[in-house]
Design a binder for this molecule. Structure first.
Ligand SMILES: [Fe+2]
Ligand SMILES: [Fe+2]
Length: 179
């Protein structure tokens, strides 16, 4: 498998979450209520999976190695855009989590914020993924030999292996601070 394989497989799961978020938006529109537990789960997915695990591999491994290559002006520009989009995704997820806390605390005005952040994510992620799958990954693949590509893939597995430990360490630490 090429290194871009696992990233594209991860994109498919992110798309499935985006589809669930679309359903949640329809539910908010029809019932004028949000499900804070669903929003919590979506936030956890976006933070731990889409951002830390997925964008983490892109930025810390693929983009890190690409930044040492003589990228064309266009590829350099797209990589910069992708990094900026990751920051935008992170900020939107943070704002969604904050709106969910306000909503849970009885602030009805937070409902519109939850809906608008979810809508932003629904519009943002498919475009970001398409840019990577169809433009950036095929173009940037040519900068690596098969051996270099396989070295990145091996680094991916190591990166993923650490994630479950990082996740549950943070769960325990979070609970400990509430003692
Ligand atoms: Fe990305
Ligand atoms: Fe991606």
């Amino acid at each position: 498998m090429q290194a871009r394989g696992p990233l594209m497989i991860e994109h498919r799961l992110i798309e499935r979450m985006i589809s669930l978020i679309k359903d949640a938006l329809v539910q908010i529109e029809t019932t004028h209520k949000a499900d804070p537990f669903f929003v919590d789960t979506a936030v956890d997915f976006l933070r731990l999976y889409a951002d830390r695990t997925h964008h983490g591999k892109e930025e810390d491994i693929v983009f890190r190695d690409l930044s040492k290559r003589p990228l064309s002006a266009q590829e350099g520009r797209i990589m910069k855009e992708l990094i900026e989009e990751h920051i935008f995704g992170r900020q939107t997820t943070k704002a969604l989590a904050q709106a969910n806390t306000r909503y849970r605390n009885g602030d009805e005005s937070a409902l519109a914020d939850i809906a608008s952040r979810l809508q932003t994510l629904v519009e943002f992620y498919p475009k970001h993924i398409e840019k990577e799958d169809n433009i950036f990954f095929p173009a940037s693949g040519s900068y690596f030999t098969d051996e270099e590509d396989q070295a990145m893939l091996a680094e991916f597995w190591e990166f993923d292996r650490k994630m479950i430990h990082e996740k549950y360490k943070s769960v325990v630490e979070g609970l400990e601070t509430r003692r």
